[in-house]
Design a protein around this ligand. Structure first.
Ligand code: CO
Length: 596
């Protein structure tokens, strides 16, 4: 018998609906989901925590406890990014331990623990903590293809994870590229070497061969397979639950699940799918065997499309996909999964937009310093020098990243209390992990993009129809690519050009465009302006007005595509003015500060 771990409430919508599924659209179907008898249900962790506080104005802790109340019979699982928990960088041990304690307390039974670099040192504390609080620890290794990621290496590492106390193991094929043969060889290898604990295979449809891989996994003795209800799958989603149940029926692997319950669930989510139609993306629905070449995971693919569109660079998608494997090789072949997928993805975007390693993100530097863990393969000295400078050896650590960090929970708790926001441990954790957006959320200043009762929203026009940066506003006229159109405004949110509706957010010109180049004073001061290189949010401004700065000093830290970027001074000078606030959203070209 094979059991299924259902991903509908977590990875399914993370992969095909930009992680936007709201709790109120999960609740009506919970009792049915609980009735199926799944091995477990993944409902939490991964990107769902971030998205809930950033875009949905939902408390992720409340979601977890509510789901547990509504599904008391099935073990609930979270995806836990080892020392990165549910974010993108390392946290100290006390934060990781406290987080796991409260996750368990709020209803999480099973913890799928993985490290983006498969650095087992980063998995020790979470595995031990899950065992200490009475949870089920699933040790997971990211599946990837590279000259150094051999079957033997996987089997060895899984053996180590079993020794470390894991209750089960998981092959996490986040890009959906595991071939039938590789799946068979790794699972068979594990079983033959005497691994006793159950093994789970997590994959995505992306390559088109995943169904075959699941079958071969069964032949090799797999215990658990990851699936999602068919209505919320697609290319970047998981193999459909109902299809896998049907395929294994009347074989030795039969799940024994009741197909009629699954059909009811399917119908429910078909309506949900329609409601979220504004998030449908064709690219996320098409099978793409080229994933075996560029190795970009499903969740990253759909986010990359979104992010490039936000930067007004949707047409650079193919170039970025080509750059990604090159960057990955330079980085020592990290598997592409959060957060390494973000580090490699954003650096690839930077390389395409500004030239190879002309702009290096903070996160790339941190990666090379070893602050994400040990890169799986060798990195050349030349690359280290390029990223960290000639004294790179002094900067690279050889211990576990979290060993460099001071305990943080008490400090964060005191800070939150001082701000008058109480000291509820769950809130302290939200704040500790997401100091900026978590605080905004806890203050009640977060805004929901939409609520369930507002759906469906109007779908944005297809990409090729998007009009970029017309001169606006112009007495009811808008100029697009030299042609003038009559326009009328609608409630400040949409604009109609030639009878077609466009989202106004795409149309606002940046402040750079607002200036008429003819009137631009040709004075030297112009060169002293420091502007935002891209759309994003100002996280920190470490300088004050009047302060002297040197060329290369950080003037502001801009968060774009979930990654931090230093905006540095182009020359020596003093800060004449700071034109933005911390927490402010900026567009490409907006002036951050003026130097004199
Ligand atoms: Co996945």
């Amino acid at each position: 018998m094979v059991e299924l771990h259902d991903q509908t409430f977590r990875d399914a919508h993370q992969s095909v609906l930009a992680t936007r599924l709201r709790t109120e659209d999960m609740l009506p179907i919970c009792s049915k989901m609980d009735e199926v008898g799944f091995h477990s249900l993944e409902v939490w962790g991964g990107a769902t925590f971030d998205v809930a506080i950033r875009y949905l104005n939902e408390d992720p802790w409340e979601r977890l406890s509510t789901l547990k109340q509504n599904m008391p019979n099935t073990p609930l699982q979270m995806l836990e990014r080892a020392m990165n928990i549910v974010a993108y960088r390392s946290y100290p041990d006390d934060i990781v331990k406290t987080f796991i304690f409260y996750a368990k307390k709020n209803g999480c039974d099973n913890f799928r623990i993985f490290d983006a670099l498969n650095d087992l040192r980063n998995m020790e504390v979470p595995i031990k903590t899950v065992k200490d609080v009475g949870g089920h620890a699933q040790g997971s290794l990211c599946y990837t293809i590279s000259p150094i990621h051999t079957v033997e290496r996987y089997v060895e590492d899984f053996k180590k994870l079993e020794k470390m106390g894991c209750d089960s193991l998981c092959i996490k094929d986040m890009a959906g590229m595991i071939s039938p043969t590789r799946a068979y060889d790794i699972i068979k290898g594990c079983k033959d070497t005497g691994i006793k604990i159950p093994i789970d295979l997590h994959s995505h449809n992306t390559s088109g061969m995943t169904g075959l891989s699941y079958m071969r996994a069964c032949d090799a003795g797999i215990d658990i397979l990851d699936t999602s209800i068919s209505s919320l799958t697609g290319s970047t989603g998981q193999p459909p639950t109902e299809s896998v149940v049907a395929a294994l029926k009347d074989t030795e692997f039969d799940t024994g699940y009741d197909m009629s319950i699954l059909m009811e669930i399917r119908e429910y989510f078909q309506e949900v799918w329609k409601k979220y139609s504004h998030l449908h993306r064709q690219a996320a629905m098409r099978i793409d065997p080229s994933v075996t070449v560029h190795q970009v995971p499903g969740g990253m693919l759909s986010n990359l499309v979104f992010q490039l569109e936000q930067q007004g660079a949707g047409d650079k998608y193919d170039e970025v996909l080509k750059e990604t494997p090159e960057v990955r090789k330079d980085f020592g072949y990290p598997p592409l999964v959060t957060p390494s997928s973000q580090v490699v993805g954003v650096q690839s975007v930077m390389n395409v937009l500004f030239g190879r390693y002309k702009k290096i993100t903070n996160d790339t530097k941190e990666y090379f310093r070893g602050m994400y863990g040990k890169p799986p393969g060798e990195i050349s000295e030349e690359m280290y020098k390029k990223i960290l400078g000639p004294n790179w050896r002094d900067e690279v650590i050889d211990c576990r990243p979290s060993d460099m960090l001071e305990p943080q929970f008490k400090k964060r708790k005191d800070e939150l209390e001082e701000k008058g926001l109480g000291s509820k441990p769950e809130d302290v954790l939200t704040y500790a992990i997401y100091p900026e957006i978590g605080l905004r959320f806890l203050k009640g200043e977060a805004k929901a993009e939409f609520t369930s009762d507002q759906l469906p929203l109007k779908k944005p026009e297809e990409k090729k129809e998007v009009v970029r940066r017309p001169e606006f506003p112009m007495d009811g006229k808008v100029k697009v690519d030299g042609t003038e159109y009559d326009v009328k405004m609608k409630s400040g949110e949409t604009i109609v050009v030639n009878g077609k509706e466009y989202s106004i957010s795409v149309l606002f010109p940046s402040s750079k465009d607002k200036q008429n180049p003819k009137n631009k004073p040709k004075v030297d001061r112009e060169a002293f302006k420091v502007s935002a290189p891209m759309l994003g949010t100002i996280l920190r401004i470490p300088v004050n007005v009047g302060e002297k700065v040197k060329s290369g000093d950080t003037i502001a830290v801009l968060e774009a595509m979930k990654m931090e970027n230093d905006i540095t001074s182009p020359r020596d000078g003093a800060i004449a003015s700071i034109n933005v606030k911390e927490g402010q959203d900026v567009e490409e070209g907006d002036v951050i500060a003026v130097l004199e």
